[in-house]
Design a binder for this molecule. Structure first.
Ligand SMILES: [Zn+2]
Length: 338
């Protein structure tokens, strides 16, 4: 992804914060979504009283979906959200509690990446400014909220949120449960398969698009939902292998899925990409692993615990695939763009 290659733009820093930053609670997802919502109106100043309703609403909704929204044993703020959900707290009281308790860490923590301040900031903390307390939204955030990618960034945040809460809920992050996020082709979703049921966790498109910076895996063109050229979920080693006598790894899994534009998808058809393109997939899979739970555990289980093992895994799978289906397709950009 761009940020990890040293590209600093509003989009790349935002994605790094949402997709890679530390996760001890899901506040930052709610906070990011609420910020984008306010910034989309073009305002450059917001008070905590104004941010509280959308922020709290997202967390209340999340708690109904999944009771565990943090790693801490207790949170007074989340308790207030729970009390609202059960009808013990009215809306006004929830919003007051949110202003008092809900922002104490997230405003400082959101712009941090690996413990350091991100190279670009989206707001200035003016909570102590008695004349106009609140947050000053910087141009970087306003431009992001107005960009063609804004909708995708919102969807990526929601997808990352579902993945993180699922990791906590299932014990994937603690290694308690074997990682079992399967790809469901009909729903284009990652699903959690347990003994009791099959549960849709999140769509594959929003789960993967941030790691490709919203661009086609093969031609690097920007794909947005609004333009209508994609993204399409694409099997790198063709799905057709599964209809042959295939003794390689399951190609219908996230390690082998990328997002491509309509043009590349229809040009590639049932062929593997030229082998010079394959390092792109290796880098992408390592990026997914760096995003930590639960994709880290899932990818490692599918392709190997170390970078060297994963390199060998891909090489072997590619060799077998092209023995069976020898025709390959050369993407418009061969090899990873450094
Ligand atoms: Zn393309």
């Amino acid at each position: 992804m761009d940020y990890r290659r040293g590209v600093v733009t509003g989009e790349s820093v935002w994605r790094a914060i949402v997709l890679y930053g530390a996760n001890s609670a899901t506040y930052k997802f709610a906070f990011g979504a609420a910020l984008l919502e306010v910034a989309a109106t073009g305002r450059n100043h917001v008070t905590l009283e104004e941010l509280a309703p959308p922020y709290a609403a997202l967390l209340c909704e999340a708690l109904q979906r999944q009771p565990r929204q943090g790693t801490a044993a207790r949170s007074r703020f989340l308790d207030a959200c729970r009390a609202f959900n059960t009808g013990e707290l009215d809306r006004d009281t929830l919003h007051r509690r949110t202003v008092q308790l809900g922002f104490s860490n997230v405003i400082d923590a959101f712009p941090k990446l690996g413990g350091d301040q991100a190279p670009l900031s989206f707001y200035e903390d003016e909570r102590k400014n008695s004349a106009a307390p609140g947050l000053v939204l910087r141009d970087e955030l306003l431009e992001l909220a107005a960009s063609v990618q804004a909708q995708d960034l919102g969807a990526e945040t929601a997808a990352r949120w579902r993945l993180v809460e699922t990791a906590w809920a299932t014990g994937i992050s603690d290694g308690v449960l074997g990682p079992s996020l399967d790809y469901d082709r009909d729903q284009q979703a990652l699903v959690l398969q347990s003994k009791q049921r099959r549960q849709n966790v999140t769509g594959v498109v929003p789960a993967l698009s941030g790691y490709q910076d919203g661009r086609c895996a093969y031609c690097n063109e920007l794909m947005t939902q609004t333009v209508g050229t994609g993204p399409i979920v694409e099997h790198v080693l063709p799905y057709k292998l599964l209809t042959r006598v295939w003794d390689g790894p399951n190609v219908d899994a996230i390690w082998n899925l990328v997002l491509a534009c309509w043009f590349c998808n229809s040009a590639k058809r049932d062929r593997a990409p030229h082998e010079t393109w394959m390092p792109w997939l290796e880098v992408r899979n390592n990026d997914l692993i760096e995003s930590r739970h639960p994709l880290r555990e899932v990818l490692m289980a599918q392709t190997g615990a170390t970078a060297a093992e994963r390199h060998e895994f891909l090489k072997r799978a590619y060799r077998r695939a092209t023995e069976l289906l020898p025709a390959v397709w050369t993407p418009p950009i061969a090899g990873y763009r450094a």
